[in-house]
Design a protein around this ligand. Structure first.
Ligand code: PMP
Length: 354
């Protein structure tokens, strides 16, 4: 740390992204990317947009907003695009949290929520999940805090029903509730339609997972126009050109090719089912995931040892070193070929360990 670093950040512990190794060719099942390339249309639109990179990108993302608003059944002023959904989550912390509006989120969830809270000096409460890693809905009823819930949750993949989310949103009318739907397309139900009923609900989504654009960095939030206007105030006070032209064009191409996204989600759901069946046969248990990853533990083998041995053999999964999670590994669902290699390698690992 330099002697110039602001004292307000000196204790900040930054988010640790999943490993992105460049040295070895891993079967990469650790950061919930899509195994499928971007849609052909997305690639064509991006290369066209590259020809105009001498100009600034459209700060209002008009073309993208038009197509997306039709696609999601909302008005143009009810949607805001950002540089990945991480950015809109940060905007929400900046816009809707302070000491009078502390944040609340599960103790086991997306690790960035507490980092954003710390970055913005926001007090927060971590609400413990149930023993089985499900969210106890009662814990969020009328709590007078700005609530962040990933649905499905990460790293468990467990989803809440629309009815449960509606209970949480309606019981906290004086606070904003942010539902992070990064993984919703793989089997959970979106609460986007509820934004027309509740003026305290923000739904965030990303192009990084189901839409095969993790490297493009595109996310968005949908909410009533007043909440979107507040987040636009934050955006125009930090980085008006937050979405670059190539990514914007890629987003348009992707939304015009929605069938491709839907097919890929179906394939992931099938591969998830196939993988969990194979895992059950060799002594693993898992949470009921509606996401493009599964959260698994073996009845006899240690989670960290499995992770390390798999890595040695060229298969990368995500292990979390905390007390409650260390028995588990989070496995991204990839193509059928990748999952076949994963299962074969895992069998070898178990033979060595047990
Ligand atoms: N929410 C959750 C629950 C996530 O797991 C992630 C991905 N790490 C994000 C949001 C952010 O993804 P992105 O910034 O790529 O949209």
């Amino acid at each position: 740390m330099s002697r110039f670093f602001s004292s307000k950040y000196k204790n900040l512990v930054p988010y640790t992204p999943g490993e992105q190794p460049k040295d070895t060719q891993y079967v990469k099942l650790n950061t919930n990317e899509s195994p499928f390339p971007p849609s052909q249309k997305a690639i064509e639109y991006a290369s066209d947009a590259a020809k105009k990179l001498h100009l600034y990108s459209d700060p209002e993302c008009r073309e993208l907003v038009k197509i997306a608003s039709d696609n999601f059944g909302v008005d143009k002023d009810e949607i805001l695009f950002t540089n990945g959904s991480d950015e809109i989550l940060n905007f929400a912390f900046m816009a809707f949290c302070d000491s009078a509006h502390p944040a609340a989120f599960p103790d086991i969830t997306y690790g960035f929520y507490s980092v954003f809270a710390d970055l913005n000096g926001v007090p927060y409460e971590k609400i413990p999940l149930n023993e089985d890693f499900s969210v106890n809905v009662e814990d969020y009823i009328g709590i007078n805090k700005t609530i962040f819930l990933a649905n499905p949750n990460a790293p468990t993949g467990i989803a809440l029903s629309v009815a449960d989310i509606e209970r949480i949103v309606s019981s906290n009318p004086d606070n904003v509730v942010i539902i992070d739907e990064a993984y919703v397309d793989f089997g959970a139900e979106s609460v986007i339609p509820l934004i027309h009923k509740y003026n305290n609900l923000i739904v965030t989504q990303t192009f990084s997972k189901s839409r095969s654009l993790a490297g493009g960095r595109l996310g968005f939030g949908i909410a009533c126009k007043e909440l979107i206007a507040d987040m636009n105030t934050v955006k125009y006070s930090t980085n008006p050109y937050n979405v670059n032209s190539m990514t914007m064009a890629t987003g348009v191409g992707t939304l015009l090719d929605d069938e491709y996204t839907k097919e890929n989600c179906l394939r992931i759901a099938e591969n998830r089912q196939w993988t969990t069946e194979k895992l059950a046969e060799i002594g693993f248990s898992f949470t009921e995931s509606k996401a493009n990853f599964i959260f698994v533990k073996h009845e006899k083998a240690d989670g960290k040892e499995i992770y390390l041995k798999l890595k040695e053999k060229g298969v990368l999964v995500r292990h979390f070193d905390s007390a409650r999670l260390c028995a588990y590994n989070r496995i991204t669902i990839g193509s059928r070929e990748q999952m076949q290699i994963f299962i074969n390698t895992l069998k070898e690992v178990l033979e060595e360990i047990l």
